[in-house]
Design a protein around this ligand. Sequence first.
Ligand code: RB5
Length: 150
Amino acid sequence: MKVAIGCDHGGINLKPVLVDYLQKNAIEFKDFGCFTAESVDYNDYALQVSNAVANGEYDFGILICGTGIGMSIVANKVKGIRCGHCHDVFSAKMTRLHNDANVLALGERVVGAGLMLMIVDAFLNTEFSGDQRHVRRVEKIKEIEKKNFK
Ligand code: RB5
């Protein structure tokens, strides 16, 4: 499994916790930044991570900003990305099971390190259910992308 990660200044304190988790679990990853607490635009990091997932270079993306909201809005503008904005373990599991989400957005100002790791763990370790009704719904999302994205 290959994971692309990114944050803005609002996620700069939780990202090292995520990096530590990925290293301890021997999960291959690339950190697309940012790397300092200087104010930056979440858009730039969400886009890099999302493009890297959409083009198949990485299996999953994990994005952290202050709320997770900006990151998730940008990620979901990228064709092929289904980003789940999750602040509880149940949603993280369900967004994989039902939505086949490939990017997870988190807010450092919303969750603490312990909960974040449980959310990440649930997200990375849950397979898409593959049930016909969920496949149909994901296919319908792809149809929308075909019509609405250039
Ligand atoms: C930055 O202050 C903050 O707006 C950003 O991290 C994020 O929460 C946006 O959605």
